[in-house]
Design a protein around this ligand. Structure first.
Ligand code: HEC
Length: 177
């Protein structure tokens, strides 16, 4: 009788153990499944990660703009550098490198000033907008700006020849008063 009881006890413990193992297995599966749902994409990304080499950077070309056509970074049409809208010049890259990192080149093309005016805009940006000292690039930049973005009427219009002007004499009659 004793041994029968023992056997039953043993069997029920085995069944219980088996049952518990199944529950553990199910729990672990659920946790893994949740984990995969939550992190699967990140794990995939980690596995597929491609390291960018210096070669990739050297071969990098801006692919295309919204119109889908190739962007030719160096294209110049009618003396205008198409990509930035700035006037083409042998020193253009200096201007692009120094002046287009914080704002678009439009701020330059929309402005006109004398060399002194440009200098004061640069000083203003240096004092208030975090523009770095431009070092030996400053005279190159100022030459460029003063050459292409000078006030419109500077040195273009001929001086008025006062003697050649026929002046209207306004006769002020009573009725005009
Ligand atoms: C460190 C960032 C930075 C750099 C680099 C920089 N700027 Fe600016 N610039 C600014 C900020 C900020 C403004 C103000 C923008 C605004 O008002 O929306 C500004 C404004 C301007 C304006 C408009 C000024 C006005 O009175 O309306 C011009 C022109 C300009 N920048 C030209 C240049 C030129 C030329 C260079 C290269 C020498 C240059 N910027 C480089 C930050 C910078």
């Amino acid at each position: 009788m004793k041994s029968v009881e023992k056997n039953i006890e043993k069997e029920s413990r085995l069944i219980w153990n088996f049952f518990m193992s199944m529950i553990y297995l199910a729990l672990v599966s659920v946790i893994l499944a949740f984990g995969y749902v939550a992190l699967g994409d990140d794990i995939q990304a980690l596995l597929n990660q491609k390291t960018i080499t210096a070669e990739d950077i050297r071969n990098y070309k801006p692919q295309s703009n919204e119109g889908g056509e190739e962007v030719d970074y160096n294209k110049v049409v009618d003396g205008i550098h198409v990509y930035t809208g700035l006037k083409a010049d042998p020193n253009l890259q200096v201007i692009i490198g120094s002046c287009t990192s914080c704002h678009s080149a439009k701020l330059i093309t929309q402005n006109k000033a004398t060399r002194a005016g440009w200098k004061s805009m640069i000083l203003w940006m240096q004092a208030t907008q975090g523009l770095q000292d431009l070092g030996n690039r400053e005279p190159i930049i100022l030459d460029y700006l003063a050459k292409y973005y000078a006030p419109e009427n500077m040195g273009r219009r001929k001086n008025i020849d006062i003697a050649a002007i026929e002046w209207f004499i306004l006769d002020q009659k009573e009725e005009n008063k």
